[in-house]
Design a protein around this ligand. Structure first.
Ligand code: BTN
Length: 319
């Protein structure tokens, strides 16, 4: 299937005859393989008499060889369809005796997971679905604020592609003009107070277009903002480099040294916001984050700190 996809990825027409001879298949076998490809990936292939077959839109496929060669510090594993790269990363982490960072990538997720029990829309070859397994020798203490710093690393990667109007919404959403472009789901394997492994799950909207997906919250993608299709493999490489560099800085310097940089991109600074946890909603004015990455809200003239994975922030006047 991958050989067929590699030919079709350019979005141009390819005759059944040409596909057959490139793949060593009869024309009817090509047809069957195209049916299987559509069923597995959810991609749509147009068939036009006299011209052949083409994908409805061109694709940028993940190039495992290129990504592996560019990231010698990491073990890179590229998959086609998975339930969730975070779930798979849990398995890699459990078997990670070498204690080397592992980057798990997939073209598609069937059960992509977001924060607070939400699902994460993950169409085939549309976006980046990545989970970085990162061993911590002496516990989570060593990586306080990691969730915020990972969002900063994503923001820097997006900036490197020329994206402007980027901001960070506590704890780890990256927004572009108030629309979500990236989300992070952080999980942990092992003892948080001793040797453990972080699983940093990253979703970045890359080539997905508005007309393709209905998502309940406002969202955008690199392609929608820049008007061009992006090379996902090159983007993955830059992302991984930014993530590792930021993790090393965090371990070496601590979040207090990265706080000002994060605050420079803090969305909704000084605005009225609502913080929700389940059915509980707290209203306040956004003051920023403290030295360990907790959220600071001014409530009735007093500064209060909040932290925890189940919290969600929104603008007070948003519906
Ligand atoms: C959020 O709710 O904002 C977090 C979204 C995280 C999505 C990514 S995609 C790769 C990894 N695998 C998952 O199942 N989730 C994360």
């Amino acid at each position: 299937m991958q050989a067929l996809l590699a030919i079709l990825a350019d979005g141009r027409f390819h005759s059944g005859e040409l596909l057959g001879s490139a793949l060593g298949l009869s024309r009817s076998a090509v047809w069957k393989r195209l049916q299987a490809l559509q069923a597995e990936t959810g991609l749509v292939v147009d068939k036009v008499r006299g011209k052949g077959y083409r994908l409805q839109r061109p694709l940028s496929l993940l190039d495992e060889e290129l990504i592996t060669a560019a990231l010698p510090e990491l073990d890179v594993c590229v998959h086609q369809t998975v339930t969730s790269t975070n779930s798979l990363a849990q398995e890699y982490a459990a078997a990670n005796t070498a204690r080397k960072p592992v980057l798990v990538l997939a073209e598609k997720q069937t059960q992509g997971r977001g924060r607070r029990g939400r699902s994460w829309v993950s169409p085939y070859a549309g976006n980046i679905y990545a989970s970085l397994v990162y061993p911590l020798a002496s516990g989570l203490q060593q990586a306080k604020g990691v969730s915020l710093v990972m969002a900063l690393a994503v923001l820097r990667t997006l900036q490197s592609r020329g994206l402007a109007a980027l901001s960070l919404k506590w704890p780890n959403d990256v927004l572009c003009g108030n629309k979500k472009i990236s989300g992070i789901l952080l999980e942990l394997l092992g003892d948080p107070s001793d040797a453990c492994q972080l699983i940093i799950g990253l979703g970045i909207n890359v080539n997905m277009r508005e007309e393709q997906q209905a998502i309940e919250q406002p969202w955008t993608s690199l392609a929608a903002e820049l008007g061009v299709m992006l090379d996902r493999s090159a983007l993955v490489v830059d992302l991984a480099k930014h993530l590792i560099a930021h993790l090393k800085r965090l371990e070496g310097e601590g979040f207090s040294q990265l706080r000002d940089e994060w605050m420079g991109f803090s969305a909704w600074q000084g605005q009225d916001v609502q913080l929700s946890s389940g059915d509980t909603v707290i209203a306040g004015r956004l003051s920023g984050v403290d030295e360990d990455g907790s959220l600071l809200l001014e409530i009735d003239g007093h500064q209060q700190r909040f932290s925890g994975g189940e919290l969600s922030l929104r603008l007070a006047h948003d519906s």
